[in-house]
Structure formats: structure tokens, C-alpha cells
Design a protein around this ligand. Structure first.
Ligand code: NAD
Length: 294
């Protein structure tokens, strides 16, 4: 019998890549429910699969911020048992904290945190009653450690980490495995889709010059990290496949070792000051004063 997998956020990036990879499995081991907010964006997925929808794939509308759309998708899948739920939908928000609007912060949490909560809530009861299932959640390196100018994004992914670690404890006796996948930078639409103020734009008005300077330097750093160290979607998919296929997947798996030394610093120096210093120096270069005089 085929393993059924429902994935959120399949119109681009990791979700699209994972859905295409599972649906095209040569041994036809999977039935994939590829879900997306806007069905009109489903063409890229079908193109990837050669232009027509194989019987291993069903494309469903699902906006993780809309309880009605979640209920409809859950209804559709009910009856077929769902083996694997992949909560992948996510958005980014970058910039000095002073420039993050209330609305942008609420939207981000509505997708990244509450979207994952709602999706899990919709499919958990059936998994519990079958005493089987897997939940895989797209977290981020930013869910493990703070990243400059990503405070609200990191807050949402730290929240996802806390959510899942807490839930995993309760799901253990139900034989439901929960896995957080922490990706580093990956070439997807994420960077283009994320909200970020233009360093020369009107959002910066009133912000102190020093923070503006740091933000410009951060954007340069970010660009070079994405250019030199970002992974392709194909490189991170094995981590998801492992979480789907392994008999006993871990709670956390990272797709990259890029920031592992900094992560270890967080563990070896739990008061956090070493991490803050090292991350500052990594992004902004070392400086005795800690300040960047414009
Ligand atoms: P992406 O922008 O290509 O994909 C995210 C998908 O989520 C998009 O298809 C988008 O339409 C969808 N989405 C947004 N709001 C939604 C909603 N309300 N309902 C349903 N779908 C919604 O970027 P990606 O890199 O493939 O991101 C996938 C996940 O990986 C995200 O959770 C992201 O936070 C995480 N991640 C990405 C990176 C990276 O560098 N690309 C790094 C670490 C973690």
C-alpha cells in the first residue's frame, strides 16, 4: 500500500520539489497531496512532472491561515489514511525591528506558527486514533539560533521548535514521529517572497544611521551567503526523505553544517554571550567597540 503524504506550500521551493520527487518515485511508493494557497500556481508542479498529473498526485487548495480551507482539505483526505504530514508553508520577514509593522509581524506568525498549529490540529486526531503517522515541519537554522535582522522570523521559528518539541513528548506513546527540518539558506522563492524594507526606502526614515549601516552590511552578507553557501532544493530533499522513510527519525535534522560551529557555541556557552559575540563578528566583522560608525 502506498504511503500517503500531504505537503503544504507546494507552489514553489522545497514544497514543490518534495511533492514532485515523491510523486515521480519510480517504485510508485507514494500518494502525494500537494497543497497550495493558490491553485493557479500549480502549473509549475505539473510542468515538473512532464505536463500531466500522475495518479500518484492530487493537488489541493490549502491556505494554512484559513480554517475553512484546512477543514475542506482534511475532509478530502479523510478516508485515505494520512501517513505523513509535511508542514512546509512559511514566509520570511527581514529588517531592523523598528521597521516591522504590526500587520507584517501578525501575518508572519499566522503562517509560520499558527499555520503549522492549525495544520497539525486538522490531521492529528486521525493519526492518533490509528496510532501511526509522521509529522515533518520545515523549521530553519533561524529556529535554533538568533540571526541579525531576522528577529521576528527567528521568533516564529523558535516558536515552531518549542511547539514541536513539546508535542513530540505527548505523541511518543501514539507512535507518531515528529521531525523538525532545519534548513540553512536554500535557493527557492523564499528570498524573493520575504518582506524586507529597502535600505534606501521610506521605512528607514527616522531609523538611526548606525542601524541603517548595519542593515546594509547585513544585506551584503546575506547576498554573499546565498551566493556562496546556499543549497539547491535537491540537496535538502534527502533530509525530508529520511524523515519520511527512516523507522525512527530524530526530532531534529539539519540540512547543512553551515552554522554548526555557531550552534555548538550556544550549547557550550549557555549564557549566550559567546554566541552573540561570534555571530556579530561573523556577520559584521570583528570590532572592539561593537559599533559601526557611519
Ligand atoms: P518558498 O517561498 O519557495 O515556499 C514557501 C511556500 O509557502 C510558497 O509556495 C508559499 O506560497 C507558501 N505559503 C505562504 N503562505 C501560505 C499560506 N498562508 N498557506 C499555504 N501556503 C503558503 O520558500 P521555501 O524556501 O521553499 O520555504 C519552505 C519552508 O522552508 C518555509 O517554512 C521556510 O521558512 C523554510 N526555510 C527556507 C529557507 C530558505 O533559505 N529558502 C531556509 C530555512 C527554512
Amino acid at each position: 500500500e502506498r504511503t500517503t503524504v500531504l505537503i503544504t506550500g507546494c507552489s514553489s521551493g522545497i514544497g514543490l520539489g518534495l511533492a514532485a520527487c515523491l510523486a515521480a518515485d519510480a517504485a510508485r511508493r507514494f500518494k502525494v497531496y500537494a497543497t497550495m494557497r493558490d491553485l493557479a500556481k500549480g502549473e509549475r508542479l505539473l510542468e515538473r512532472l512532464g505536463g500531466c498529473c500522475p495518479d500518484t498526485l492530487e493537488v489541493l487548495q490549502l491556505d494554512v491561515t484559513d480554517p475553512c480551507s484546512l477543514a475542506a482539505a482534511a475532509q478530502r483526505v479523510q478516508g485515505q489514511r494520512l501517513d505523513v504530514l509535511v508542514c512546509n508553508a512559511g514566509v520570511g520577514l527581514m529588517g531592523p525591528l523598528e521597521t516591522c509593522s504590526d500587520q507584517a509581524m501578525k501575518t508572519l506568525f499566522d503562517v509560520n506558527l499558527f499555520g503549522a498549529v492549525r495544520t497539525i490540529q486538522a490531521f492529528l486526531p486521525a493519526m492518533k486514533s490509528r496510532r501511526a503517522g509522521r509529522i515533518i515541519v520545515s523549521s530553519s537554522i533561524g529556529g535554533l539560533q538568533g540571526l541579525p535582522f531576522n528577529a521576528v522570523y527567528c521568533a516564529s521559528k523558535f516558536a515552531v521548535e518549542g511547539l514541536c518539541e513539546s508535542l513530540a513528548i505527548v505523541l511518543r506513546p501514539f507512535n507518531i514521529h515528529l521531525t523538525l527540518v532545519e534548513c540553512g539558506p536554500v535557493h527557492t522563492s523564499f528570498l524573493a517572497n520575504l518582506q524586507r524594507p529597502d535600505p534606501e526606502g521610506s521605512e528607514m526614515r527616522g531609523l538611526d544611521a548606525e542601524t541603517q549601516g548595519l542593515y546594509r552590511r547585513y544585506l551584503g552578507h546575506c547576498q554573499s551567503i546565498f551566493r556562496d553557501a546556499a543549497q539547491e532544493v535537491e540537496e535538502v530533499l534527502p533530509v525530508f526523505l529520511e524523515a519520511i522513510g527512516s523507522p525512527c527519525p530524530p526530532l531534529r535534522c539539519a540540512s547543512t553544517q553551515l552554522l554548526a560551529p555557531l550552534w555548538r557555541l550556544r550549547l557550550s556557552s549557555p549564557d549566550g554571550s559567546e554566541y552573540v559575540r561570534a555571530m556579530h563578528d561573523f556577520v559584521f566583522g570583528s570590532s572592539e567597540t561593537g559599533g559601526d560608525q557611519p
